[in-house]
Design a binder for this molecule. Structure first.
Ligand SMILES: Cc1cc2nc3c(=O)[nH]c(=O)nc-3n(C[C@H](O)[C@H](O)[C@H](O)COP(=O)(O)OP(=O)(O)OC[C@H]3O[C@@H](n4cnc5c(N)ncnc54)[C@H](O)[C@@H]3O)c2cc1C
Length: 367
């Protein structure tokens, strides 16, 4: 088995870290750690990650805050406000590429985590052993690192509904009036969250904008189970466009016409026509711990709230910042990770619990 010790630390460097998962939480964590001098090896199982539809609220000066670079010096600027997952991911990836302290390794799947008094390591599916001072799990709602940290409570739980998400281009929608803001629509059994978005080039000019939509639906749990998307109480995977049966597309189109006003129904119908819809079964996870020795978890690995909270991304940012603050004080050590847990656990628990009231009543209504 090849052994790989991550970059040797400079004399007074805070140390080395392995970050598992290079989606938004992992990218932000790698950047905040590298900003304070940590050498980061970032391990991502896919060659690239993608999620259509999800839209995130971006705080003003986000990249400057994470990287420590002055305004005008970040490689790919990101406007504040509502942005697509892709826009945020692209800007963070550009910042990662520009950082000499971050080594991004794609196509690397972590299978196991281990540690002793001196170091922590991961074992990958291609039988590498990669070692550093600490291991940070940013590996999402089905986290492998969480199994090491909280083996007694490893899984997020299915919340009882799916969210259908998509994005439609303005010319395809033919809207007479463009929605000025985020909209909440629907009846008790179907909630639609709609959000106006800039075009793919960042433009807000009429004619090049987009509408994103997220449709909360608790009436299709049978489909989720028959496709293996949900197994027992565990969410296994999203339904990708080609995995959604044609009869389901047709039913959704009929319902969209009945339930939602223009231009939102047009945006949904356009996404359905293009078969550009993803169904994500929603999971929730209330953490009992965020760290164990030289390993810790951030982002959706640490806390999985319903997207109705609209806060998963912001909380991932706070995790990344709190972790870097703790490491700046105590280096890449177990005590630093205990401090990180102390700073974040209560807030992480509150976040998830704040959404569980919605989830329980929404799932029950249509059960
Ligand atoms: C449908 C939907 C809508 C959402 N809407 C909002 C919203 O409106 N506002 C908001 O703030 N948040 C929202 N969120 C939540 C938000 O997207 C996340 O909280 C945020 O992006 C952080 O995700 P993450 O990086 O922790 O996890 P993920 O995005 O799940 O990324 C985990 C990464 O780890 C990699 N990985 C997993 N296992 C391994 C392994 N063993 N080895 C190597 N790599 C691995 C994966 O490939 C992936 O790249 C939404 C989420 C969903 C599902």
């Amino acid at each position: 088995m090849p052994a790989d010790r991550t970059s040797t630390t400079a004399h007074n460097s805070p140390g080395t870290a392995l970050v598992v998962g290079a989606s938004l939480a992992g990218l932000m964590t790698a950047l905040t750690l590298s900003r304070i001098g940590v050498h980061v090896t970032l391990l991502e199982r896919s060659d690239d990650t993608g999620r259509t539809g999800a839209a995130l609220h971006v705080q003003d000066g986000l990249l400057e805050r994470i990287t420590g670079l002055p305004a005008g010096h970040v490689p790919q600027p990101l406007a504040p406000g509502i942005q697509t997952w892709f826009a945020v991911h692209g800007a963070l990836r550009a910042a990662i590429a520009a950082s000499p302290l971050i080594d991004l390794r794609q196509n690397t799947t972590v299978r196991k985590v281990g540690q002793d008094a001196q170091s922590a390591w991961v074992l990958t599916s291609d039988k590498q052993r990669i070692t550093a001072d600490i291991v940070i799990g940013a590996d999402g709602h089905r986290s492998t690192v969480r199994r090491h940290i909280a083996p007694e409570h490893p899984d997020a739980t299915f919340a009882g509904y799916v969210i259908w998400i998509g994005i439609a281009e303005e010319p395809a929608i033919g809207a007479r009036r463009w929605p000025p803001d985020v909209a909440f629509l629907g009846d008790n059994d179907n909630t639609l969250l709609g959000y106006p978005l800039p075009g793919a080039d960042g433009s807000l000019a009429p004619g090049s904008r987009r509408l994103g939509w997220a449709w909360y639906d608790s009436s299709r749990n049978g489909l989720l189970r028959s496709t293996g998307s949900v197994d027992g109480s565990v969410v296994r995977h999203s339904l990708m466009p080609s995995g959604i049966p044609n009869p389901t597309y047709r039913e959704l189109a009929t319902q969209a016409r009945e339930l939602f006003p223009s231009p939102w129904n047009n945006a949904i119908l356009d996404s359905i026509d293009r078969r550009a819809v993803i169904g994500t079964p929603i999971a929730e996870y209330v953490p009992t711990r965020l760290a164990q020795g030289r390993a810790a978890i951030v982002g959706d690995a640490a806390h999985v709230p319903t997207p109705m909270t609209g806060s998963g991304f912001a909380e991932s940012l706070y995790d990344a910042e709190a972790l870097a603050d703790a490491v700046a004080e105590a280096g890449c050590t177990a005590p630093a990770l205990i401090d990180y847990e102390g700073a974040r656990l209560r807030s992480a628990r509150n976040l998830v619990q704040s959404g569980q009231g919605f989830s329980r009543s929404f799932a029950r209504r249509a059960a």
